[in-house]
Design a protein around this ligand. Structure first.
Ligand code: F6P
Length: 338
């Protein structure tokens, strides 16, 4: 049997832990004496034939760095947007380098693309990453733990100024169409109100709850997921719009803060590094045994895999986590439901 070659790419929005995954792939491949190459800029590198060799020396010490040494993009090669035949370009690049497997580290959109790649005959394994934690079929995704840690640290700071000024503070979280970051950071910081896309809220209920909270403790904390549906009457992004709405209903001074890309940057938490290593090594083992067309999954300390076709196009939403929602309600968090 000849020496095997693994290709890796990081696609979609970046997050902390991608470099730890790349480093683990290179170290894991070395155990099998396999070569590793990386396509740069997400699927763009695969289309444009932009490749780097990755030797153990190239990944030395990168596990602690945020971002991705390979770069990333939101390129969707199967979406026709011009004259280029991107799938054909991908097949050309693939033939030229002839790897045995592509490890695609990405979120929902990237798993969909990976599934399409499998359909055109490219052996591919997905590794889930996203601060949104919304990849269907896995409880864990690389990046969520760090984003949550950063969010809770930031809320701890914001809350002190809410107290001093007796204000309502609205903090907007990323999360795309789901409320995982908002819910988990809301529970961790015992927020008074959490608004998420999965649970439609009633502004009057939110305002009534917050007025009561402010009259008892003097200030209040509201966590808002960026993806909530807001009334077009309240201008601005989700957090700003909710702050305007609350102030107008309650007459209490309300400020908003959007954490934005701070949640996606910086060094990965120890937990994200471990999740990244565990998933990456599982992917390498699968690759070496010739298994493809799957996405690695993580629950607790268990790592497994599911068919890519099963996760593609689906969303892991908060309403499936009844236990966490119940915990939130039991500690006094309102979701503003009618
Ligand atoms: O998927 C991660 C994420 O950070 C979402 O939370 C957010 O909605 C989106 O990416 C932002 O995307 P972009 O990096 O393209 O601005």
């Amino acid at each position: 049997m000849g020496q095997k070659k693994i290709a890796v790419l990081t696609a979609g929005g970046d997050c902390p832990g991608l470099n730890a995954a790349i480093a683990s792939i290179v170290r894991g491949a070395a155990l099998y004496n396999a070569d590793v190459i990386g396509f740069t800029g997400g699927f763009t590198g695969l289309i444009m034939n932009d490749v780097k060799t990755l030797k153990p020396a190239d990944v030395e010490g990168i596990e602690r760095l945020g971002g991705t040494i390979l770069g990333s993009s939101r390129e969707k090669p199967f979406k026709q947007d011009g004259a280029l035949d991107k799938p054909a370009m991908i097949e050309r690049t693939w033939r030229e380098h002839a790897p045995d497997m592509l490890l695609c580290i990405g979120g929902n959109g990237s798993m969909r693309t990976a599934s399409r790649l499998a359909e055109i005959g490219i052996p591919v394994i997905g590794i889930p990453k996203t601060i949104d934690n919304d990849v269907w079929g896995t409880d864990q995704a690389i990046g969520f733990d760090t984003a949550l840690t950063v969010a809770v640290e930031s809320i701890d700071r914001i809350i002190t100024t809410a107290k001093s000024h007796k204000r309502i503070m609205v903090v907007e979280m990323m999360g795309h169409k789901t409320g995982w970051l908002a819910l988990h950071s809301g529970v961790a910081s015992m927020a008074d109100c959490v608004l998420i896309p999965e649970l439609p809220f009633n502004p009057a209920v939110v305002a009534g709850h917050l007025s009561q909270i402010v009259s008892s403790k003097g200030y209040a904390l509201v966590i808002v997921a960026e993806g909530i549906r807001t009334d077009p009457q309240w201008s601005g992004d989700a957090g700003e719009s909710v702050a305007r709405m609350i102030e107008s209903f309650t007459g209490i001074q309300t400020r908003s803060s959007s954490l934005g890309y701070i949640q996606r940057g910086g060094s990965p938490s120890p937990r994200d590094r471990i999740i990244a290593s565990r998933m990456a090594l599982h992917a390498v083992r699968l690759a070496m045994s010739g298994q493809s067309g799957v996405m690695v999954t993580g629950t607790g300390d268990q790592t497994g895999e599911i068919p890519l076709a099963q996760t593609a196009g689906k969303l892991r939403a908060v309403d499936g986590d009844r236990e966490m929602l119940r915990l939130a309600r039991d500690i006094g968090i309102s979701f503003g439901e009618s």
